[in-house]
Design a protein around this ligand. Structure first.
Ligand SMILES: [Zn+2]
Length: 164
C-alpha cells in the first residue's frame, strides 16, 4: 500500500517560500509532525542553512572526493548535529522529525543518485520531500521514502489534509 504524507498548506508555503528565496541554490529543512502507521502528518516545516560546505567533516574518503567538488546549487547536506538539535526541539513539542525537504533548482522533483547516497546515512523511515524550483518559481513537489533495503526511493502521496 502506498504511503501518504499530509502536508498542510502552511507547511507547504514555508517550503515554497524557502525554495524560491534560495534559488538558484538548493535549500533544505526538516519535516516535523507525527506518524501513525503508514500515515505521516506534517505540522511544521523548519528551514535550515544549507551546510554543504561543512560536509567534508562528515564524509570520508571516496564519498568526499566524489561530492565535495559540487556547488551547493546541486547539493544539500544536513549536519548530524543539526538533526539531533531539531529532534530534541521536536520532542519537546511532542512531535517527531518525519523527514527532510530540499529543492531541485531547474531540475525535476525526482531523487538524484546523490540523494540516494546521502540517505544511506539515515534510517529508512524518513520522508524526503523534493520541490522543483524552475526559473525561480516553485513547480512540482513530490515525496519519497527510502526502501528498507536502502536500494532506492518509492514515491508517496502528498495530501493537503488527513485521509478520511
Ligand atoms: Zn535532491
Amino acid at each position: 500500500m502506498p504511503q501518504t504524507i499530509t502536508l498542510p498548506e502552511a507547511a507547504r508555503a514555508v517550503i515554497v517560500a524557502h525554495g524560491e528565496a534560495g534559488f538558484p541554490d538548493e535549500v533544505c529543512g526538516f519535516l516535523v509532525g507525527a506518524a501513525t502507521g503508514d500515515q505521516k502528518t506534517v505540522t511544521e516545516a523548519w528551514a535550515i542553512e544549507n551546510a554543504w560546505e561543512q560536509a567534508g567533516d562528515a564524509l570520508a574518503g571516496a564519498a568526499a572526493d566524489t561530492f565535495l567538488g559540487e556547488a551547493k546549487g546541486r547539493r544539500f547536506f544536513i549536519p548530524p548535529g543539526e538533526l539531533q538539535k531539531a529532534d530534541q526541539r521536536a520532542r519537546a513539542m511532542r512531535q517527531d522529525i518525519l523527514g527532510f525537504y530540499h529543492t531541485h533548482p531547474d531540475h525535476p522533483a525526482r531523487p538524484s543518485a546523490h540523494d540516494l547516497a546521502m540517505a544511506q546515512g539515515t534510517f529508512p523511515g524518513y520522508s524526503y520531500i523534493i520541490l522543483q524550483v524552475q526559473d525561480g518559481s516553485a513547480a512540482e513537489m513530490t515525496s519519497w521514502v527510502l526502501r528498507d533495503d536502502y536500494s532506492e526511493f518509492d514515491e508517496e502521496r502528498i495530501t493537503p489534509s488527513p485521509m478520511p
